[in-house]
Design a protein around this ligand. Structure first.
Ligand code: B4P
Length: 219
C-alpha cells in the first residue's frame, strides 16, 4: 500500500514544532498539494488542513466562487476554466498573494492547485521568502489516467462543473503534463517532495499522506 517515496535529497518535513521552529510555540506548516486534475487534491486538502489547523487555499475554489458571484475576476477566469486552460499567471499570483496575506495564513497554509506554472513557482518563492519562512513539503498525488477520467466524469454528474466534460478533461490533462508536471522535478531537487499513491479509498489516501508527513493519525 505504501507508495510514498522519500526522494534522495529529501529533508524530513518539519512536523514537530516548538521553540526553534521559527514562530515560538505556534505550530507551523507550509504545504503544497499537487497532482493532475481529479487526483483528489481538493478532497485531501480538507483533511490535511484540518489536521494541521491551517487554511486550505484552493485557487480553483476561489475562481469558482468568483465565477458564481459574477465578479470581474470570475468573468475573466471563466473564459479559461471552461476551456480547460490555465488562468493567466498575473491574475492567479495576485489572488494568492492577497489570500496568504490574510491573518489565518500567518502560521501556515496548504496550497491546493497552486503553483501550476514555473512563473507561479517563482512568485510563490518570493512571497514565502518575504515572510522569512520556507515550504515544508510538497505532497504529490499519483493516480492512473483511467481512474482520473472516471472520477471527473462522475463528479460531472454530481456537481455539473463546466470543465468536467470529456473534451475539457482531456485538455486539462494535457495542460497539466505540459505546464505543471515539470514543477514536481523543481521541488524534488529541493528535497521536499513526498509522493503519495492517490488510488484507493479516500481514507486510505489520507492515511498515506499523514504517514508520508510522518504524522500518522492516532485514531
Ligand atoms: P481545481 O479546482 O484545482 O480542479 P481539479 O484539479 O480538477 O481538482 P482536484 O484534483 O482538486 O480533484 P478533487 O479532489 O475535486 O482547478 C480547476 C481549474 O481552475 C483549472 O483547470 C484552471 O483553469 C483553474 N486554476 C486553478 N488553479 C490555477 C492556477 N494556479 N493557475 C492557473 N489556473 C488555475 O477530486 C476529483 C473527483 O474525484 C471528486 O469528485 C472527488 O469526489 C473524487 N475523488 C477524490 N478522491 C477519490 C478517491 N480516492 N476515490 C474515488 N474518488 C475520489
Amino acid at each position: 500500500m505504501q507508495q510514498h517515496r522519500p526522494d534522495e535529497q529529501r529533508h524530513r518535513p518539519r512536523t514537530t514544532f516548538g521553540p526553534g521552529h521559527g514562530e515560538g510555540d505556534t505550530p507551523t506548516m507550509r504545504l503544497i498539494i499537487m497532482g493532475p486534475p481529479g487526483a483528489g487534491k481538493g478532497t485531501q486538502a480538507k483533511f490535511i488542513a484540518e489536521h494541521f489547523g491551517i487554511p486550505a487555499i484552493s485557487t480553483g475554489d476561489i475562481f469558482r466562487r468568483n465565477v458564481s458571484e459574477g465578479t470581474e475576476l470570475g468573468v475573466e477566469a471563466k473564459r479559461y476554466m471552461d476551456a480547460g486552460e490555465y488562468v493567466p499567471d498575473e491574475v492567479t499570483n495576485l489572488m494568492v498573494r492577497n489570500r496568504i496575506d490574510e491573518p489565518d495564513a500567518e502560521h501556515g497554509f496548504l496550497l491546493d492547485g497552486y503553483p501550476r506554472t514555473v512563473a507561479q513557482v517563482e512568485e510563490l518563492d518570493g512571497m514565502i521568502r518575504f515572510t522569512g519562512h520556507q515550504l515544508d513539503a510538497v505532497v504529490c498525488l499519483t493516480v492512473d489516467q483511467d481512474e482520473i477520467v472516471q472520477r471527473l466524469l462522475q463528479r460531472a454528474q454530481i456537481e455539473g462543473r463546466a470543465d468536467d466534460t470529456e473534451d475539457v478533461i482531456r485538455r486539462r490533462q494535457e495542460v497539466y503534463v505540459e505546464q505543471t508536471e515539470p514543477l514536481v522535478e523543481v521541488y524534488r531537487k529541493r528535497g521536499i517532495v513526498v509522493e503519495v499513491d492517490g488510488m484507493g479509498e479516500v481514507s486510505e489516501v489520507t492515511e498515506r499522506i499523514f504517514a508520508a508527513l510522518d504524522v500518522v493519525s492516532e485514531s
